[in-house]
Design a binder for this molecule. Structure first.
Ligand code: DX5
Ligand code: ZN
Length: 218
């Protein structure tokens, strides 16, 4: 299977959202990456349910929703209703992660868990078998356009080992500072899905940039 490219809507032009959604629909992108920030878990606020529902209406691809919010359990049903196909919560934001993951699956969504750059992969040892996806943050969550943290490569290898040893079917997604300079090395280390925000939307030809990322070889 070739890798997955998930453009992050956070970097789109919110005044031309439908245009940017259509661009992704027409492009070689696989998923829509949707960043939800609450101003508590991260020092920024992005958007919520009405905006996600509006995106879903036009989006013809998988809705990959990344929650950077405290106590996500409160809203699992609402995110399903808004159109999420994959729902990813932060390890650092969940008191009862196992319960949260089961609740996401019960709603018929795929369950992901995200780790901040400082959180070791080993914390997932007892939950990895239940996960569809692990999202490793390669920047501190909260903002697009930050530079990639090099320690991520090591974490991908550790996570790959953990997944293989446990027989988990989880895939590895990388989020933050992804570009044409690090994509190949990320895939070689074991990543399957790459999120790209500013690198795609700040480029002259976003659709071509997506195609280039899609053609990167490990
Ligand atoms: C950051 C978000 C990312 C962000 C990535 O907290 O989770 O998805 O949009 O943006 P870039 O690719 O610009 O780092
Ligand atoms: Zn994200």
């Amino acid at each position: 299977m070739s890798h997955i490219i998930a453009p992050s809507i956070l970097a789109a032009d919110f005044a031309n959202l439908q245009r940017d959604i259509e661009m992704i629909n027409q492009s070689e992108a696989d998923w829509f990456h949707i960043d939800v920030m609450d101003g508590v878990f991260v020092p920024n606020i992005s958007f919520g349910m009405p905006v996600i529902a509006a995106i879903t209406k036009h989006a013809a691809k998988t809705m990959d929703v990344h929650l950077m919010i405290v106590d996500p359990d409160r809203f699992i049903k609402d995110f399903k209703k808004a159109g999420a196909d994959i729902l990813t919560v932060h390890y650092e934001a969940c008191k009862h992660l196992h319960r949260t993951v089961q609740a996401i699956k019960q709603e018929g969504m795929q369950a992901g868990v995200s780790l901040n750059p400082h959180t070791p992969v080993s914390v997932l040892e007892d939950i990895i078998g239940d996960l569809d996806l692990v999202l490793l943050m390669s920047v501190n969550p909260g903002f697009g356009g930050q530079s990639f943290i090099e320690n991520t490569y090591k974490k991908i290898s550790q996570l790959k080992d953990l997944i293989e040893k446990s027989g988990s079917k989880a895939i590895i997604e990388i989020d933050g500072g992804v570009n044409d300079k690090n994509a190949s090395k990320l895939l070689a280390a074991g990543a399957t899905a790459l999120v790209a925000g500013s690198f795609v939307f700040n480029s002259e030809n976003p659709s071509k940039t997506i195609q280039n990322l899609k053609e990167v070889q490990p």
